[in-house]
Every structure is written in C-alpha cells, then in structure tokens.
Design a protein around this ligand. Structure first.
Ligand code: FES
Ligand SMILES: [Fe+2]
Length: 353
C-alpha cells in the first residue's frame, strides 16, 4: 500500500506505484474511499428536465437511478430492488409515473416509496414504509446532476467553489447539449486522468493537428484545492474554426470530471472505473445556438480523433504498468504539476486510516 510520498516537492516526486493501476484490492479501496466519498457526475440536468423524467447510471460499481418527482424535486436512489436486488429501472433514460421492477413487479413511486407489492399477503413483520428505494444525496451544478454516496457531505457548491471562482459557469451558461459519445477503454481510469493532466506534455507528439492551434510555449497549469486547470492560448490552425477563442480551458475536478471549454463550445469528459483494467469515458458536447449542424459535426469529429489518439497511448501505458520492469516514474517540473496534484489527492484518501 505504501510506496508514495506526497510530501516531496515536484522536483523530487515520483508517481503512485504501478500496482495501484492494476490491483483488484486498490480498485476496491477506491470504490470505498474515493468514489464512495465524493461528489460524482451521474448524468445531465437536461435528462431529468420534467417531472417524471429519469435516467440510470453505473458509478464505480453502483447502479443508480435519478428521477424528477412530481413536485419537481430531483431524487437519486440506488437502482436496486429491495426484494431480490434486481435492477429496478433498466432503460438508460425515460419518462414514467412509477418505477416497476421487471423481476417480480414491485413498484416504487418517483420519491422512492414502495407502492405495489404483489402477492405479499401474510408476510409477517414486513412494512412497506421501510422498503423504499435507498436514497442518495443529489444536487445540480452546471449541466450535470451530481450524487454523493456519503452520509452528510459538504454541499456541492462548496465542493465546486474553486471551479466557480474561475468563472467557468459564466463561460458555459449559454451552451446547449448537442450529443453524447461513450468509449470503453482497456485501461485503469487513472491512466486516462493522468493523460489528461500532463500539462500538454503529449500534445505535440500524440495530437499533431491539435498542436497546431495550441500555443504550447504559453500552455500553463493552475492548481487549487480539488481542481486543476490547464490554460492554453489558441492560434488559428488546421482545427482552428472548431477550437477557437483566446484561450482553451481544460478544467479537471477530482476525481473524474473534465470540462474542455473553448469559445462557445464545450465538451465534458467523465471517466468511470470498471474494475482495475477497464474504464468508461462519457463525452457530452455543448454549443452556443449560433453554431449550425455542420459545425457541430466537425467539432465532434475533432474530439473523436483526439480521443482515438489518446486511447492508443492509454492502452499502451496500461500494458506497461503491468510489466515487471516498471514501478514508478518522475514528473516534468515544467509540465506535470497537475498529475502530481492528482496523485496527492488520491493518496491522501487511499493511505489514510
Ligand atoms: S427483485 Fe424486484 S420485485 Fe423481485
Ligand atoms: Fe491527449
């Protein structure tokens, strides 16, 4: 479990050990201490815009369902039937007046109360009121619905205060959602995050087209609490018209949420662990209304190209992390402060008692 020293300055620091990316034990620990005790993105607010809307999600091993109840309140529950633990709601998203378990037909209302229990007469000591869906803390910020599995977490706004102070919300306020794309990667979720947080170190080598529009010499990383933001001045170039504005902002919030913000354009990446050697990355695309369909399609195509380039190196890295030749690596002081910051935040949760 040891093998990481977060007290060192960046110039002397080493990464977390390779075993943290490959062991089932560490994945389990992360499920409890990281993903079980932090605000996580479950889905988008527009998926539950109206009373009766719902969506489901799978968050680090936990099935979740989010509903907008009849009074307009947002609710989140474990999507696990109290009878025999089947998934109550199977659709990705939809609209309903009640949630009916597909296994034996127990029904719950949108506030999670158990309403219908077929053929349960004569069962002793069974109380419907005690058998509602187990609730989870839920809140909204920006385009996202966030959930927290802990008992009494600090409010979401407090958690996201560093992001708010950077004015991200005002930059993305007028954007509308235009599409989603999901990727399954055969690597640990932290490999994807590490790759995201390397301060532009891999841009010239891995993303030649993107490198043309980013002003690499002035690319910088700023770190604050649970947040790091990579800021790159932009230049006209090959992908210039779909990645334009003065500056690109790449904001990451611990542990799994990334906002990529350009002028009038944003995509978000949210990465979900699925065991030690696999993760799922969800991209959502947002645009100002002035951008037409062709522009949006081009912009999403650029993001896909970049993702394919990233994916190839991430898969390589996962294989290398399993090699007996590698344990830890060093950080570029100039570029990789964001990566070390991530490892410190992670280790402080994983190594505590
Ligand atoms: S498991 Fe849901 S009704 Fe039986
Ligand atoms: Fe990349």
């Amino acid at each position: 479990m040891n093998g990481f020293d977060g007290s060192l300055p960046l110039s002397r620091a080493r990464t977390i050990p390779a075993s943290w990316y490959t062991s089932e034990e560490m994945a389990q620990r992360e499920r409890d201490r990281v993903f079980g005790d932090v605000w996580l993105v479950a889905g988008r607010v527009d998926q539950v815009a109206k009373p009766g809307d719902y969506f489901t999600a799978h968050l680090a091993g936990e099935p979740i369902v989010v509903t907008r109840d009849e009074s307009g309140s947002l609710r989140a529950f474990y999507n696990v039937c109290r009878h025999r633990a089947a998934r109550v709601v199977c659709a990705e998203q939809g609209h309903a007046t009640k949630l009916r378990c597909r296994y034996h037909g127990w029904t719950y209302d949108l506030t999670g109360r158990l309403r219908g229990v077929p053929e349960f007469d004569g069962v002793e000591g069974f109380c419907r009121e005690d058998n509602g869906l187990k609730p989870i803390m839920v809140s909204e910020w920006g385009p996202f619905v966030w959930v927290h599995r802990g008992e009494s977490p600090a409010p979401l706004r407090e958690w996201l205060a560093p992001l708010e102070r950077r004015g991200i919300l005002s930059r993305i306020g007028g954007l509308e959602w235009a599409g989603r794309k999901e990727y399954r990667l055969a690597c640990n979720w932290k490999v994807f995050v590490d790759n995201y947080l390397d301060g532009g170190y891999h841009v010239n080598t891995v993303h030649p087209a993107l490198a043309g529009v980013l002003d690499y010499a002035r690319y910088r990383t700023e770190i604050e609490e649970n947040l790091s933001v990579q800021i790159s001045p932009l230049e006209p170039g090959e992908v210039g018209d779909v990645r334009s504005g003065d500056e690109a902002h790449y904001a990451w919030v611990f542990p799994h949420v990334m906002f990529n913000v350009y002028a009038g354009v944003m995509d978000t990446n949210v990465v979900y662990p699925e065991g030690p050697n696999s993760c799922r990355v969800v991209f959502d695309f947002y645009f100002e209304s002035r951008f037409d369909t062709a522009f949006r399609a081009r912009s999403m195509a650029v993001a896909h190209e970049v993702q394919i380039e990233d994916e190839a190196v991430c898969l390589d890295v996962q294989v290398g992390l399993g090699s007996r030749s590698y344990d830890t690596g060093r950080f570029s002081v100039k570029r990789e402060a964001g990566g070390y910051h991530f490892h410190r935040l992670l280790a402080s949760r994983l190594l505590g008692n």
